[in-house]
Ligand binder design. Sequence first.
Ligand SMILES: Nc1ncnc2c1ncn2[C@@H]1O[C@H](COP(=O)(O)OP(=O)(O)OP(=O)(O)O)[C@@H](O)[C@H]1O
Ligand SMILES: [Mg+2]
Length: 392
Amino acid sequence: MRLRASAVTAILRIPLSTTRDAMAPLSPEQLTRELELTIRQLRAATARISELESQLAQETAYRHNLIRAEADLRQLTGESTAMKAVRHAIQQVAKTDRTVLIFGETGTGKELVARAVHQLSRRRERLLVKVNGAALTPSLMTSELFGHEKGAFTGAAKRRVGRFEMAHGGTLFLDEVGELPPETQVLLLRVLQERIVERVGGNEPVPVDVRLIAATHRDLQAAVATGRFRADLYYRLHVFPICLPPLRDRREDLPSLIRHFITHYNRHLGKQVTDVAPTTLELLRRYDWPGNIRELENVIERAMIITQGERLEIDPSWLIPPSLPPLLMTTSHSLAETEKQAIRDALRQSRGKIYGSQGAAAKLGLKPTTLYGKMRKWKIDKDGEPLSDRAK
Ligand SMILES: Nc1ncnc2c1ncn2[C@@H]1O[C@H](COP(=O)(O)OP(=O)(O)OP(=O)(O)O)[C@@H](O)[C@H]1O
Ligand SMILES: [Mg+2]
């Protein structure tokens, strides 16, 4: 709407000299001057209109993308205490307009939470604009966020509206905020304090009304301690933190998540899956899910594509963490060798931890006591090293 209004003003700014005094005769010189002036003004107005048109096209394309993403908005599934707390926190904070900072490993649902906050806020009819703090070089990041004037730098052929201005009236989702370069951190702090942006190469501050939602997979406090992240910005952002624990720490969410994705892919792939093979369920339960819910979703999607009947089955090899050598899948080793190697790998990965959800026993799907038995049998110590090596 703002665009259209300014386009109209641009057009109306052209003085319509023919209506000035239609009856007064003009000398040929006066007429030429008037005509030249009018032509110049018309050219300027035409240029402005095409600039505004391209801006509008940019915004429209952006809006289309967002509408698609929003149509795909899925609820935050999960019955764990942690997920219940997350849903409660979203409801509490959504209406307040406060800055939200979302923590969580990759694939834990940070973007889903950001969308939910926006959807439940009074800004839902306006844009949710997304920027990834890790995606661009420092100078490009500045112009991406704050925009630039025509000619601000080589290659700046047109004025560009930054993401903050684009999000005016709506929400800006700043993903990977922990990766922002120091120079952008300073500028971001300024916007949060003063609620104005300055385009690169511009000298006119533009007021913006934007709600900020930031997300990171980093321990930001540690980044502050090492000087990688500004403490003043951290405190500005850390108004209302929401933490999404990794899936391995909320395994009780697995059944509802699995159901959720099966229902989703039944609909989207036209399948009729109604249950999960017990061996598959066991595999899904035991796995550590380094890629969290995104990885779970991918595994289920893959299985759903293949499944013909009603029972979902997965191939165990899909779940082997990439850091594990693919020994388990080869046949050139004896079964005993394979088992030995798997135990050593698991022990190394869990840094000697046997018990617990992140321990080697859980990784291998064994009882800790069984694992101890096997370690004795194969003479492996808790770090995955041969016992005899240590004894030397
Ligand atoms: N609680 C949940 N219920 C249902 N689906 C979920 C849930 N959490 C995440 N998902 C789904 O998992 C996928 C990953 O989520 P999302 O993109 O929000 O993660 P992220 O934390 O932003 O990941 P990254 O750090 O890699 O960007 C998405 O498809 C999302 O819809
Ligand atoms: Mg994300």
